[in-house]
Design a binder for this molecule. Structure first.
Ligand SMILES: [Fe+2]
Length: 132
């Protein structure tokens, strides 16, 4: 059992749409005429290319993925990165894409626990919990 509260995202197995409920009214989600399945992020391993570090920078918080070396090709890249508070309030999301790699600055200043999530085009969703 995972003691970490994580946002639940839903993925369409047909077209790849990814949806996050901002309020759960209890109903199911349908895309391409089929029910969407829940897609929870997996923990990023410390030596994984999706491992995340979050540190204060000059203009906010800087998230570094895979030591700055996560691929950024047309076939393998980070689609987006997001920061959440422990109560799952979304703080900020950066839309990334092919050609964007290294470290990403979020224009926010947070203290305490922060959850980061990245969406890799080749490997799916990963999360890390940081203590700032
Ligand atoms: Fe990846």
């Amino acid at each position: 059992m995972n003691p970490v509260a994580l946002p639940v995202l839903y993925c369409c197995a047909i077209c790849g749409n990814l949806v996050e409920k901002v309020h759960d009214g209890g109903g199911g989600l349908i895309c391409c005429n089929v029910p969407m399945s829940a897609a929870g992020p997996a923990p990023a391993g410390a030596d994984d290319i999706h491992a995340m570090e979050l540190r204060p920078g000059d203009s906010g918080l800087v998230l570094t993925v895979g030591g700055g070396g996560h691929p950024a090709t047309q076939r393998h890249y980070l689609r987006w990165a997001a920061l959440y508070r422990p109560d799952l309030r979304l703080v900020a999301r950066l839309l990334l894409g092919p050609g964007v790699s290294g470290s990403f600055a979020f224009p926010v200043n947070l203290k305490g626990p922060v959850l980061s999530i990245v969406h890799c085009s080749a490997h799916g969703l990963f999360y890390t919990i940081h203590e700032l």
